[in-house]
Design a protein. Structure first.
Length: 160
């Protein structure tokens, strides 16, 4: 089994329902959900003229390899109505693989660690809640250290 850390995000429709549905589908298609962070309301990345996001980090144990897991995640996004038209644009659901165990993977299907995780407070904050001591295999720093060093000034607030 591989322990993977995912980030889900939504800023269209019922954001809470979208994140809960994504977690359910990930469990059905991708592996065993170990833990999930609280929800965090975050400012958009990229075009700012869109609604705020809700984000949640998930820890999942999977027997799938990274490319196979990514295929499942893309199918989940499509099933939930994700339309890819504007880079960083609004979306019903977004599911990213942040870390795939301690593996370093660079191929056209998947890159882990996620190439931008170190620069995104909206990803590091919920991840630090569930895996603050996990060591990034690229930098050797813990997630909590990455969050502390993150220069991103985007708003990240716990959502009730």
């Amino acid at each position: 089994m591989n322990r993977v850390y995912l980030l889900t995000g939504s800023n269209l429709g019922d954001r809470v329902e979208n994140l809960n549905k994504a977690a359910q589908l990930i469990t059905e298609k991708g592996g065993l959900l170990i833990t999930r962070s609280k929800f965090y309301q975050t400012s958009p990345w990229g075009p700012l003229d869109q609604p705020d996001y809700l984000n949640q980090a998930l820890a999942v144990d999977t027997s799938l390899q990274a490319a196979a897991l990514m295929e499942q995640l893309l199918e989940i996004e499509e099933k939930m109505g994700r339309i890819r038209s504007i880079k960083y644009g609004p979306r019903v659901i977004d599911i990213d693989i942040l870390f795939f165990g301690e593996q370093l993977i660079q191929n056209p299907m998947v890159q882990v660690p996620h190439p931008e995780v170190h620069n995104r407070r909206f990803a590091l904050t919920p991840l630090a809640e569930i895996a603050g001591t996990f060591i990034d295999p690229l930098t050797g720093n813990t997630i909590s250290q990455l969050l502390s060093d993150c220069k991103d000034q985007g708003t990240v607030l716990q959502f009730n």
